[in-house]
Design a protein around this ligand. Structure first.
Ligand code: NAP
Length: 334
């Protein structure tokens, strides 16, 4: 079966997902595009055989030939598009964040619960990375014993000058927030954010930050977020259990030994580092849409991640420990 997909937002990741849906994966046809920048939408559509351009996202979602919707526009626009897709009973893949506010996320959760079946998958692609999946297996198989601590680092070579201190949490650490919940299969209950000495290369930006999370069973997680580290996209994770530890391997695959040096490549950015995870994530979505059973990261996961990020922002501002307040989890989400 071929799923006819409409894509909303054709910027960086929207175009990358269109390439993936059109040229890499099985079972998808991109039939519609829309972007607030209509000239950009037309240019992108020129490279996608059979894709129509819609003036607005709402028109695209209502179109009869669009079976499923992929939302890759700016974060604050996500909720309206996801709600419209739910209203039409169409499956929707929404890039993170599901929505930037807790209230908007809960609105989506309520709408999906009222619809009665899952339609929403959120773009937390790291759950599809081979390394993280092996780490989860190490936990569920009992190889680690009880998990006690997780150490993470999230480093980008650089980010655009319009990135704010809050965005180190809402755009970057949100991936670790989701991963911790997924790896441990438990909720995060509190957050603190330490502000180390600021890098002299980035003006007023609080970069790096050290985010400290506590889970419901007392696992403590530290996440170094450093988005102008200067040398590449470097993602690290180690889980320390009672009897063993497991960590992500070097993603470079090969080591070059030359002139007395031993070197491996550091990925340039997230596209390179997680290329296979993005492919696997969207293939799983297409397969689940074809089977009418959405199984990936849920609207509840999107809500919980935003709630934890919100607590982190409170902690960043106050310098204090901030508790995470979660609503009761509806039965739809297990
Ligand atoms: P981007 O390059 O700015 O692209 C967003 C696109 O959406 C732009 O073309 C923007 O147009 C357009 N847009 C804005 N409002 C719209 C509306 N109302 N209707 C239709 N289109 C609209 O941003 P990006 O880097 O691709 O990020 C897009 C989303 O993906 C963000 O939520 C981001 O957090 C997420 N993302 C996720 C990952 C991941 O690892 N999962 C990685 C990257 C991005 P203008 O430029 O004219 O505003």
């Amino acid at each position: 079966m071929t799923v006819r997909v409409g894509v909303l937002g054709v910027g960086n990741i929207g175009q990358d997902h269109i390439r993936r849906l059109s040229r890499v994966l099985c079972g998808a046809s991109v039939v519609a595009l829309s972007d607030i920048d209509s000239a950009r939408a037309s240019t992108v559509a020129g490279g996608v055989t059979g894709a129509r351009v819609f003036d607005t996202g709402q028109e695209l979602i209502r179109a009869d030939d669009v079976e499923a919707v992929l939302v890759a526009s700016w974060g604050p626009t996500h909720a309206d598009f996801v709600l419209a897709a739910i209203e039409m009973g169409k499956s929707v893949f929404c890039e993170k964040p599901l929505a930037p506010t807790i209230a908007a996320c809960l609105h989506i959760v309520d709408a999906e619960v009222a619809y009665g079946r899952r339609l929403v998958q959120v773009g937390f692609m790291r759950r599809y990375d081979d390394g993280y999946r092996a780490m989860k297996t190490a936990i569920t198989s009992g190889a680690l014993g009880t998990p006690l601590l997780i150490h993470c680092a999230h480093r980008n070579a650089s980010v655009p000058p319009n990135v704010t201190s809050d965005m180190l949490i809402t755009d970057s650490a949100i991936h670790e927030i989701d991963l911790v919940r997924w790896l441990l299969d438990e909720e995060i209950v509190a957050a603190r954010v330490l502000k180390p000495r600021r890098s002299g290369r980035v003006g007023e930006l609080q970069d790096p930050q050290l985010v400290i999370l506590e889970t419901v069973t007392g696992v403590v997680v530290d996440v170094e977020v450093f988005v102008n580290c200067g040398y590449g996209y470097d993602i690290r994770c180690e889980i320390v259990g009672e009897s063993a530890s497991v960590s992500l391997d070097d993603p470079s695959g090969v080591i070059l030994r030359r002139d007395g040096q031993r070197a491996g490549r550091v990925p340039g950015d997230w596209r390179e580092r997680f290329a296979r995870a993005y492919d696997a994530e969207l293939q799983a979505w297409l397969d689940s849409v074809a089977a009418s059973t959405v199984t990936g990261p849920s609207a509840w996961d999107g809500y919980a991640a935003t709630a934890v990020a919100d607590a982190c922002l409170t902690a960043l501002e106050s310098g204090e420990r901030a508790a995470v307040q979660l609503a009761a989890r509806p039965a739809l989400y297990g």
